[in-house]
Design a protein around this ligand. Structure first.
Ligand code: SF4
Length: 300
């Protein structure tokens, strides 16, 4: 896909599972062929950014060679499965296989799988193939072997959904033989008891009350061509001041949080403030630096 900072490649880990070797392969492709930025999406995918027309095929080949994508681009495009807790690996594998073996599925057809098949995303356009597939999905018996959502685990959050290749390598080094699962929380789930300190030192969020968990921010500049502000860097500054529950949007589109909140909206390199609303609502104050905006939010 084309984005503001070049081409973007989305990695969809099979079964939502990632080993240390997988993380190193993703970090290697991101650092060698992209700009080193890796995003964790709210569908549990990882996005490599800043690729070029020349480098993207090399990155794709490296990811296929590492077993992180199917060689057949059409099969890979149809493999849209969100694995949710409590994970049922056998069921996820069956759903992935069914989607990959079904030519003609609309590109946005996506299935969420937890203990059972939870949800099939609605499609705007009617599609006979999709309706047939939904019937076939409903016929899959729930296999045994469901993984427990273990109460003892560490949730490793990625600040504003964005990490870099070096952080993923540090995470791989800490992981050893363990297997991470992606989640829709822009966080990795690591089963078992673990000291959170090394993960926090590696740049990840491990505390449930970390202010960064409650702030939404889109990629902003330089990652999106519509942005004139560095939304995620500015969101980090708000979090350092202890502000919570804010939405920082690179422009009035409001991609990161399409709901009402105290919202800063980038415009011409400065911010407009919507005290409580969506990014495209009329602002209460305009033309603010991030420090001025933070002061207004603190005073509220
Ligand atoms: S809100 Fe605007 S700047 Fe941010 S990602 Fe969406 S289009 Fe880009």
């Amino acid at each position: 896909m084309v984005s503001g900072d070049g081409l973007l490649i989305r990695v969809k880990p099979f079964g939502g599972r990632l080993t240390a070797a997988d993380l190193r392969a993703i970090a290697g492709a991101a650092g060698t062929f992209g700009n080193g930025v890796v995003e964790l999406t709210n569908r549990g995918n990882l996005q490599l950014r800043g690729l070029t027309a020349d480098s993207a095929p090399h990155a794709a080949a490296a990811l296929v060679a590492a077993g992180l994508a199917d060689l057949d681009a059409d099969r890979e495009a149809r493999r849209n499965v969100i694995a949710e807790p409590p994970w049922n690996d056998a069921l996820v594998a069956q759903v992935e296989a069914l989607l990959m073996a079904t030519p003609g599925l609309p590109p946005k057809f996506c299935v969420a799988v937890g203990a059972t098949i939870r949800r099939v995303d609605r499609l705007k356009e009617p599609s006979r193939v999709a309706e047939d597939t939904m019937r076939r999905l409903a016929d899959i018996p729930s296999p045994a072997g469901m993984a427990e959502f273990l109460p003892d685990h560490l949730l490793i959050g990625v600040p504003f959904g964005q990490a870099d290749a070096a952080a993923l390598i540090r995470l791989a080094d800490l992981l050893g033989d363990a297997i991470l699962r992606t989640t829709a929380l822009r966080a990795f789930h690591l089963p078992g008891h673990h000291d959170p300190a090394p993960y926090a030192a590696a740049g990840f969020i491990t505390e449930p009350d970390d202010p960064r968990r409650s702030i939404s921010a889109c990629p902003g500049a330089p990652f999106c061509a519509s942005a004139s502000v560095s939304a995620r860097a500015d969101a980090a500054r708000l979090a350092q001041r202890g502000l919570r529950g804010i939405h920082v949007s690179g422009c009035a589109k409001g991609c990161a949080h399409p709901r009402a909140a105290p919202t800063l909206v980038g415009r011409d390199g400065l911010y407009d403030l919507v005290r409580h609303g969506r990014a495209d609502d009329p602002p209460n104050a305009t033309g603010l630096t991030i420090e001025e905006a933070a002061a207004l939010l603190e005073a509220a």
